[in-house]
Design a protein around this ligand. Structure first.
Ligand code: ATR
Length: 271
């Protein structure tokens, strides 16, 4: 019986076991997906042991997404560009492959939830410059946005992302976030602002107009203030849960041989 799991510390909050468990039942696949709480000091040893215990792969979450790159035998170009991996696949010959599916998850979610979205229509504004922003910016550039306007409270982190991701990224000060929103056709919040227990995102939103696409990577709550205001202004809105569901698709397909659907049932399985 093939096993997979999610490696993190802590890992109790992860939605992945609920999602993969749903897909395994739904497709009648004999397999199990379990949370694996692993400390930093044990990470390499545990990962090396997993294939010997019947594991075919694993997702990786905070705080291990960077460290697993050094443990894997091979990392995809995408994982190297991201400096982080979220999906490990254990090959029959013993090798461990590391991949990063966050950018895929972000784009696949937008394509499914907002099929009329045209990235080439104008610049995209990205709020925040953490790990999630890196995947989001790479995805937007790949999708064909003419420019990414990037703004972050700590400006040097935005500058560093620009240095890695290229000249189609323009950095603005955090106090100019309202201007970035105004100029952009696509607006993405990648900060933790608006998440349960965190302060609200308080950037000026009067630049939101009908036809713009607005999405948030925060998914608790599902309807953040940003998305509520955007909806009221007539924007197309996409919530953050879909990205999380879609980033899980490539791993499940590789490990269990079936490409799973991201649909209402999958959403309900994790809510
Ligand atoms: P992730 O990997 O999920 O992106 P992260 O790397 O911790 O998480 O990034 C969190 C993002 O939220 C950062 O852009 C952070 O801004 P800083 O780089 O200035 O820390 C942003 N963020 C968190 N709290 C914030 C706040 N109170 N005001 C503005 N930005 C905030």
């Amino acid at each position: 019986i093939p096993l997979a799991g999610v490696i993190g510390n802590p890992v109790g909050h992860s939605l992945s076991p609920g999602l993969h468990g749903h897909w395994l039942r739904r497709y009648g696949i004999r397999g199990h997906y379990v949370p694996l709480q692993v400390g930093e000091d044990d990470l390499a040893q545990v990962i090396r042991a997993l294939p010997r215990m019947g594991f075919v792969g694993a997702n990786v979450t905070i705080p291990h997404k960077r460290a697993v790159l050094d443990i894997a035998d091979q990392a995809s170009d995408r994982a190297i560009l991201m400096g982080a991996a979220n999906t490990l696949t254990f090959l029959e010959d013993g090798r461990i492959l590391a991949d990063n599916t966050d950018a895929h998850g972000f784009l696949a979610n937008l394509r499914q939830e907002a099929p009329d979205w045209d990235p080439s229509r104008g610049p995209a504004c990205v709020l925040g410059a953490g790990g999630a922003a890196r995947a989001v910016i790479a995805a937007l550039l790949e999708a064909g946005v003419p420019e990414v306007i990037l703004t972050n409270r700590t400006r040097p982190k935005a500058e560093a992302l620009r240095a890695d991701l290229g000249t189609r990224v323009r950095v603005l000060d955090w106090v100019q976030a309202g201007n970035a929103v105004d100029e952009a056709e696509t607006v993405v919040n990648t900060t933790s602002l608006g998440m349960e227990g965190q302060p609200e995102l308080r950037v000026p939103l009067d630049g939101l107009r009908p036809g713009k696409l607005v999405t948030d990577i925060v998914y608790a709550p599902l309807r953040t203030r940003l998305l509520r205001v955007a909806e009221d202004e007539g924007c197309t809105t996409v919530d953050g849960l879909g990205m999380l569901l879609h980033q899980a698709v490539p791993g499940f397909e590789r490990w269990f041989g079936k490409r799973p659907e991201v649909d209402r049932e999958a959403r309900d399985a994790v809510l």
